[in-house]
Design a protein around this ligand. Sequence first.
Ligand code: G6P
Length: 585
Amino acid sequence: MCSIIGYKGKNFAAPILVDSLKKMEYRGYDSVGVATFDNGGIMVRKGTGKVLEVNKNLAISEMAGKIGIGHTRWATHGGVTDKNAHPHSACKNNIAVVHNGIIENYKELKEELTVAGHTFASETDSEVIAHLLEVHHGKGVRDAMIQTCKRLKGNYAFVAVFQDGTIAGARYEEPLIIGVANDGYFISSDVLGFLQYTDKAVFLENGDICIVDNSKLEVFNFEGTPVAHPITQVAWELGDIEKGKYAHHTLKEINEQKITVVHAGRQDEEIISKFCDLLANAKSVYITGSGTSYHSALIFKYMLAKFAKIRAETVMSSESQYALASIEGDSVLVAISQSGETADVLDSVKLAKNQGAKILLIVNVTTSSLARISDAFLSTNCGPEIGVAATKSFTGQLALIYNITDRLCKGCLATARAEFAVAIENVIASQASVMRVAEQMKDCTDIYLLGRSIHYPIALEGALKLKELAYVHAEGIAAGELKHGPLALMEKNTFVIMLNPHDPTFGDTISNAHEIKARGATVIGISDRKDDVYDHWIEIPQLKEESFYPIVEVIPLQMLAYQLALAKNADPDYPRNLAKSVTVR
Ligand code: G6P
């Protein structure tokens, strides 16, 4: 949600921190702040807005000092105001803190601290951390960190800078990673925060505290016992997080799909075999995910049933505490997540694991918390996805799901998989019809997307993209449900997108299109076959294997949502109120 970064090294901290925050801005982007330590004092500059804007207004990158911490915020407790922006300082301005997560017992801590004479400057839960550190600072930074962590309930990762120039971090249920460079250390919520400077990382575990003091790193747990973690080499190429020739990350990522689906299909033989064996031998299979990743779960369920004769149950991760409350020990839970950090997905995994289930993971960020606790994971290999709305990670998940299914059905999809890349290239190249439709739809207020069978998850995914990017009311509906209610909504100003390739669902969906058109709504067909009932036709390539249509259907919907966002002057990369990685419940 929020991004946090700390730096202590031989270079000036502020420009490095600003640069890191810019790279992690997709995690949350309503306010920005930095604190640096110089000449025995801590300075703080912070305000609302995006990184470059706040930096321009407050000249953050010109702050002195070679030690500092920084933050971009996604508000949870307290409105989007300058005062609520991090870092938060303790009363004597001797400590400043940046935090990601939620401190659940902040009200009682705040009350206790207020009675003890502390004054609070913000409405946030995070500020209690700075005051607690101040209370416990008498015996030094180490003790302050341990005692503070023992008082906090909830989930958190925080980094603090102290008046002696020490920086320290702690994690509990939120990610925190140390970057080890030749000339200093980073403490960050994301490898992207330091990948430009070093590819050497130490992944802190839950309940770890780290201190960077006099250029040396110390890691210990909440009991003060030293813990040792290996230094891992992080593999991602930095170039991948630049926009290149594209106006937005989202546009770049939509275009990249012709390559990323191919990469997602390439897997290490041994790992994918282990993954498939565990899946095939499970007594019960559950599949979970949030948002876009949940839509992949729906498609996975369909593929497993049709080609591998494996029955699976899909569970929205946010519902798992009810749906997975009692499962057999020899079950498998397949978790799907781009980030590998979504709190709801982590909760599902822990719940299933505690009941003895094996955890299989489909993930893009292989250094993530979910990857670390799964029994086997497969990477979608898409490279960093920066646009908040998932695009290439979704089609990457689908390509990987097709690969897994192909193994389980002993190669029954192999020939058809070869046509993917060309089909995607064709869809991406033919944007003219999408542009025309976007022009027609730019002022519309209600969009319905209809599809049957494997196209229904794409109706849901298309609706999600339209909501996220274009801020328009959009609903995905199982086409057969039209007569059971939604038909009442069809009138002159409604737009209905039919997901209707020429497969066994075609005839029934065309009938729905006629029913809708008769009520005056505008019908848009996404199909490989033209039909007179469509007011507008978005052509997609014909595929030999109908189960692969979801990939070529979703791309025009991603492009449509992107175009409608532009028409509304919305920033497609950073939709209002949303964060890419939702690490709070
Ligand atoms: C957030 C994002 C969505 C994403 C969902 C799941 O809500 O805004 O775009 O689909 O989280 O994220 P994950 O990283 O677990 O796939």
